[in-house]
Design a protein around this ligand. Structure first.
Ligand code: SDX
Length: 429
């Protein structure tokens, strides 16, 4: 028997169907509310509003649970790789040996950009932010593959998805090299995904970058942990654009733009800038925490808090542990890590953060790992975008394959001027 809820407005009662997810989440289906009652709902920031049903990622924010296609993030972090996890997220199951090999071969086949793409890089100033270059070049890439412009086609989807996952990495590395006046380094077909990215970033024409297993492993984990996260701001943006039946590359380019914001993926860059500012000021962190609690300061404890997690972000826990391992393996000592740990300890015992259930999120420690690898701070959010690409592609595929999905077009409550006549220029004050 389908559950329902009743809503009474003035003297009328309306019945709304209740939708229950496979993990027991419940929702009121309000798709007929306006037609029945003339009312819409209003929910600033969509904190209480579901935009879709999805089978990709499950988060329990109260318990700090994250699962990709039902598999706990802790198990994937320990046993899987970014590319195997990308396949799981996009296709719904872990690949068998043959499927994994085919996926890997497709990524290798697509790893190079169209040679004419090089000229687009020439046009960017060296000061151009790599996130601006990334979103532009993802869209520009689609100009070289007219088949992607035809929109979603199951027959070409695998190739389009592999091309986007593979080339987002090449575009990112080329953008970094150009910004630093360095010759671009082409991918090596013999290298796997993450190793090839490091090669394209840090090799020289006369000398290959030395691939240290701990470094490849740490960066691969960063990609894996960022691979999807249900309807976060950038993934919801990808779905918005996909709902108009725009192509995959246009949807992903929009996702890059949404991710860039400092409240979202840009937070990993903002965390390091915050830690560096604290370090340079000689503050032990307590002064900054007081500022972060004072709304008038305009400061926030970046890397802390989350719309969904009201407990420790499971990804932050995994990254924090990997930070220590990597720094030890590289014999590095980063004072910013010590500051981060002190900030975390102080914040987690401070009533302001406790009352608001503010815990470290994925961005709080990820920058420390990227610094240790030698990735420049302006590339941090680009790394996030490379990691998130499988999630965006999976959500694009899901919306395209759900026959009943409508174009996203929210309503609003108008609060502007009521009707009034046009005033000729000569009469205006
Ligand atoms: C990501 O959605 C996702 O899943 C995102 C992500 C993903 O994988 O895609 O997990 C990745 O974006 C992680 C979040 C990275 N952003 C930051 O670290 C920036 C700092 N954090 C925040 O600005 C904030 O916590 C958000 C943006 C993450 C969440 O914002 P919400 O849900 O809109 O919460 P809010 O701004 O309404 O805050 C509630 C209260 C407010 O205080 P009161 O008005 O109740 O007194 O908590 C306070 C806020 O002022 N608050 C903070 C704070 N975060 C929230 N105060 C100080 N420092 C902070 N970091």
């Amino acid at each position: 028997m389908n559950k329902t809820a009743t809503l009474t407005i003035e003297d009328k009662t309306y019945t709304l169907p209740v939708v229950e997810g496979s993990e027991g989440e419940k929702a009121l289906d309000i798709s007929t509310l306006r037609q029945q009652s003339g009312y819409i709902t209003l929910d600033d920031g969509y904190g209480n509003t579901g935009s879709c049903k999805s089978k990709i990622t499950f988060i329990d924010g109260e318990k700090g649970i994250l699962r990709y296609r039902g598999i706990p993030i802790e198990e994937l972090a320990e046993k899987s790789s970014f590319i195997e996890t990308a396949y799981l997220i996009i296709y719904g199951e872990l690949p068998n040996r043959k499927q994994l090999q085919r996926f890997s071969d497709l990524l290798t086949k697509c790893e190079n950009l169209h040679e004419d793409m090089k000229y687009h890089f020439e046009g960017f100033p060296s000061t151009g932010h790599p996130m601006a270059i990334l979103s532009s070049m993802i869209n520009a890439t689609s100009c070289f593959y007219p088949e992607v412009m035809k929109g979603y086609d199951p027959a070409t989807f695998d190739l389009m998805a592999a091309r986007l996952i593979s080339q987002v990495r090449t575009i990112a590395a080329f953008a970094y090299r150009k910004a630093h006046g360095l010759p671009i380094i082409y991918p090596k077909p013999s290298y796997k995904y993450t190793a090839n990215f490091l090669h394209m970033m840090f090799s020289e024409p006369y000398q290959d970058y030395e691939l240290q297993p701990e470094v490849v492993w740490a960066l691969d984990l960063i990609f894996l942990l960022h691979a999807d996260h249900e309807q976060n701001c950038s993934t919801a943006t990808v779905r918005f654009v996909a709902s108009s039946r725009a192509n995959l590359f246009a949807s992903a380019a929009a996702g890059v733009c949404a991710l860039w914001g400092p409240l979202h993926g840009g937070a990993n860059q903002a965390v390091i800038e915050m830690l560096q500012q604290i370090h340079d000021s000689g503050d032990d962190g307590r002064k900054f925490i007081e500022m972060a609690k004072d709304k008038s300061s305009g400061k926030r404890l970046m890397g802390f808090g989350h719309r969904v997690y009201k407990n420790y972000d499971p990804r932050a826990k995994i990254i924090k542990a990997r930070c220590d391992q990597l720094l030890k393996a590289l014999k590095l000592n980063d004072p910013l890590l010590d500051i981060a740990k002190r900030l975390e300890e102080a914040a987690l015992s401070d009533p302001y953060f406790i009352e608001r259930k503010l815990y470290p999120n994925v961005d709080f420690y990820s920058g420390i790992i990227m610094r240790a690898i030698g990735i420049p701070i302006e590339m941090f959010t680009v790394i996030f975008a490379i990691g998130r690409m499988p999630g965006w592609i999976a959500n694009y595929k899901e919306i395209m394959e759900s026959g009943d999905s409508r174009i996203y077009r929210p309503r609003q409550i108008y609060v502007g001027p009521t009707v009034r006549p046009y005033m000729p220029l000569k009469n205006r004050p």
